[in-house]
Write a protein that binds this ligand. Structure first.
Ligand SMILES: Nc1ncnc2c1ncn2[C@@H]1O[C@H](COP(=O)(O)OP(=O)(O)OP(=O)(O)O)[C@@H](O)[C@H]1O
Length: 246
């Protein structure tokens, strides 16, 4: 085969999604290149979370294709999709509040049965997220928002994914944790994990993303390299407070 562009790791092509009669996605096409961070921006109810649900097999599109590493994800269950190499950090973390931090992190390894390697990976998580080391026995529900976000990221990494999808990873975090979480996303990405993230905080997301897409009522209205979009007046006006700053 003589194609110039390498095959993307993830590709949504012409996806149309409905909830009952209501159409949420209109010919949605998004690609994530291997090793890249891709950010999906958009206002409330534009269909961002539904995009994540499509990738994770929680919502089935009426038409269109979702390919991961050259194979279709359509019709697969979420555990099957996790086994293919995608894991998620859902909105508002969704930890098991009454379980310990350790139990929550290990939950991410549910698709694995290599116990020794799982134990090694838990140690690796404590290197990546040193704060969690002192809190392994603590109830996850008693952690701060930023700490919970770290548990959710560690849990997602425990399945050794090739791609992580994240829904609003910085939502509700203090500025200090926002910076830390974005830095950790970069670190994870440098370990060869591709990232697809939905983020309201456009200026920060565009700092770390390679490419971005802007979704408006279910349609992609803008896309391109994050650096270019950051300077696009339409993105500035809609998401970066451009008109006030001008
Ligand atoms: N389970 C559902 N049943 C019916 N309609 C739904 C369902 N989930 C979402 N919707 C509708 O689909 C549209 C897109 O929702 P979605 O959650 O994907 O948007 P979003 O961009 O993530 O919004 P927000 O940023 O406000 O979370 C909205 O109009 C929403 O009300």
């Amino acid at each position: 085969m003589t194609t110039n562009a390498p095959e993307p790791l993830l590709a949504l092509s012409n996806v149309n999604t409905f909830y009952g009669q209501a159409q949420v996605h209109f010919d949605l096409s998004i690609t994530v290149a291997r090793g890249h961070i891709v950010c999906l921006l958009g206002g409330n109810a534009s269909g961002k979370s539904t995009t994540m649900k499509i990738i994770l097999g929680l919502v089935k599109p009426r038409s269109g294709e979702v390919m991961f590493d050259g194979a279709s994800l359509i019709g697969l269950t979420t555990p099957q999709i996790v086994r293919r190499g995608i894991s998620s950090v859902p909105e508002a973390r969704r930890l098991f509040a009454d379980m310990s931090v350790r139990e929550n992190i290990l939950m991410g390894a549910f698709v694995r049965n290599d116990r020794d390697a799982v134990a090694q990976d838990l140690d690796k998580m404590l290197t990546l997220f040193p704060k969690l080391g002192q809190r392994l026995s603590q109830r996850a529900g008693s952690l701060s928002g930023g700490e919970q976000q770290m548990v959710a990221m560690a849990r997602a990494l425990m399945s050794r994914p090739r791609m992580i999808v994240m829904d609003e990873p910085t939502m509700g975090l203090s500025p200090l944790y926002v910076d830390r979480v974005l830095e950790l996303i970069r670190t994870i990405n440098q370990e060869d994990v591709s990232v697809f993230m939905v983020e309201q905080n456009a200026s920060l997301a565009l700092e770390i993303a390679h490419e971005a897409y802007v979704l408006q009522t279910g349609k992609i209205v803008l896309s391109g390299p994050a650096r270019t979009l950051k300077d696009d007046p339409r993105v500035r006006d809609a998401y970066l407070g451009g008109s006030e700053a001008a």
